[in-house]
Design a protein around this ligand. Structure first.
Ligand SMILES: [Zn+2]
Length: 183
């Protein structure tokens, strides 16, 4: 049987990594064998852990590219039950789609988390494609840092910089549509 793909998306600081971590803990309580991967571009706190903004963490493998992960792990049902992917927006679109599909076809479940949009409001390609492939989608919301209502957007507080700029609270914050503008 093909594995189940669940994708968790939302703006920055909505709690995506916390949701992922919750599922990691569930899987461990069920004695499932797991692999946790994140792109190595995300080294804001640590290279071998996924860490939530409120400091919960779990060990993970920081991968520079899929070929290295494929050499490190054997993605077969006998050896792994669930693969967790964090910060999917920074993973290569084509390679990620290709490999996630193979993993699912091997009967392994996949849970991924990441941003669905950048601070300009444009969809992130890898997240979009994984959403399209998903069996289950969870969209979570932060709260607007100006007025406190539900926030669907990531607002960039400083002008300029790369699209892939990895930033904590000094660069980005969640905002509602009324208080957000693309930048
Ligand atoms: Zn607002």
């Amino acid at each position: 049987m093909r594995g189940n793909l669940e994708t968790i998306v939302g703006a920055m600081f909505a709690g995506k990594t916390s949701e992922l971590l919750k599922r990691i803990l569930w899987a461990k309580h069920q004695n499932k064998k797991i692999i946790v991967l994140k792109p190595s571009i995300d080294n804001r706190y640590s290279n071998e852990k996924i860490i939530t903004h409120n400091d919960l963490s779990h060990d993970c493998y920081a991968m520079t590219e899929w070929s290295k992960a494929l050499k490190t792990f054997n993605f077969i049902k006998k050896e792994v039950d669930v693969v967790f992917l964090d910060e999917i927006q920074f993973m290569d679109t084509k390679e990620t789609l290709h490999n996630v599909d193979i993993i699912l076809n091997n009967g392994i479940d996949v849970v991924c988390a990441g941003l669905d949009q950048d601070s300009r409001g444009k969809p992130w390609e890898t997240s979009s494609m994984l959403l399209g492939l998903s069996d289950k989608i969870v969209k979570i919301y932060g709260f607007c840092n100006v007025c406190g209502v539900e926030a669907t957007k990531t607002y960039r507080k400083t002008l300029g910089g790369e699209r892939t700029q990895v930033g904590a609270a000094n660069i980005y914050e969640p905002r509602c549509l009324k208080h957000w503008e693309p930048r």
